[in-house]
Design a protein. Structure first.
Length: 207
């Protein structure tokens, strides 16, 4: 174990005081509105730098990280859906269906911690189904959902897919907004998913 000495603790305290003094000297010439704008800009910079540290990769859907993401995802949608959520009643997307050649699953990590996931299932005829899109609450607002979606599309495109399809629940308003902003068009129902109210489709050549 490593501990600061008394002299080290005094040095740290002095360094903190000098840092605070410098911050006050920089803010002093600014009026209240300017100070607020600066603080907001600093927060934006911090979030953008954090977003840049997120790494996305294909992982084993039966692995600990993927399973942790999926459990949290299921718990969240169970709380948000009008009638709850039972994976056994939904169209399947089990671990065996999310490994090649049947499909794949992406996990997003921040400093090693799994903070998001997304999957595709490959269908005959060059189409894929987007499944299991989830982003941890403390990383929302970093553009991670958009990154995951684009990476899923790219992974599908590399494997010859030409169309991506997905369905979603009406209570997931932020997901619906994301899909529409990424070029997905609402289409008639193409499956019998009991928890879905909206079905979307996108030609991957449009990306």
């Amino acid at each position: 174990m490593v501990r600061l000495t008394e002299a080290g603790r005094a040095e740290r305290a002095d360094s903190g005081r000098r840092s605070d003094d410098l911050a006050r000297s920089l803010l002093a010439p600014l009026d209240e509105r300017q100070q607020t704008r600066l603080i907001e800009a600093m927060a934006t910079v911090e979030r953008l730098l954090t977003a840049g540290l997120v790494e996305i990769a294909v992982e084993d859907p039966a692995g600990a990280a993927a399973q942790s993401c999926l459990r949290t995802y299921f718990a969240e949608i169970n709380a948000r859906f009008d009638s709850g959520f039972d994976p056994e009643q939904s169209i399947s997307a089990g671990a065996a269906e999310l490994v090649e050649p049947a499909g794949l699953l992406l996990v997003a990590r921040l400093a090693g911690e799994p903070v998001g996931c997304g999957a595709v299932k490959f269908d005959p005829g060059g189409s894929v189904q987007i499944k299991r899109m989830w982003v941890a609450g403390h990383t929302r607002g970093l553009g991670l959902g958009r990154r995951l979606l684009r990476e899923l599309e790219e992974q599908a495109r590399r494997r010859g897919a030409v169309v991506a399809r997905l369905e979603t629940n009406r209570n997931l308003s932020e997901a619906i907004k994301l899909y529409r902003s990424c070029g997905y068009r609402e289409v008639p129902a193409f499956n019998d998913e009991p928890y879905a109210h909206h079905w979307f489709e996108k030609e991957l050549s449009e990306s």
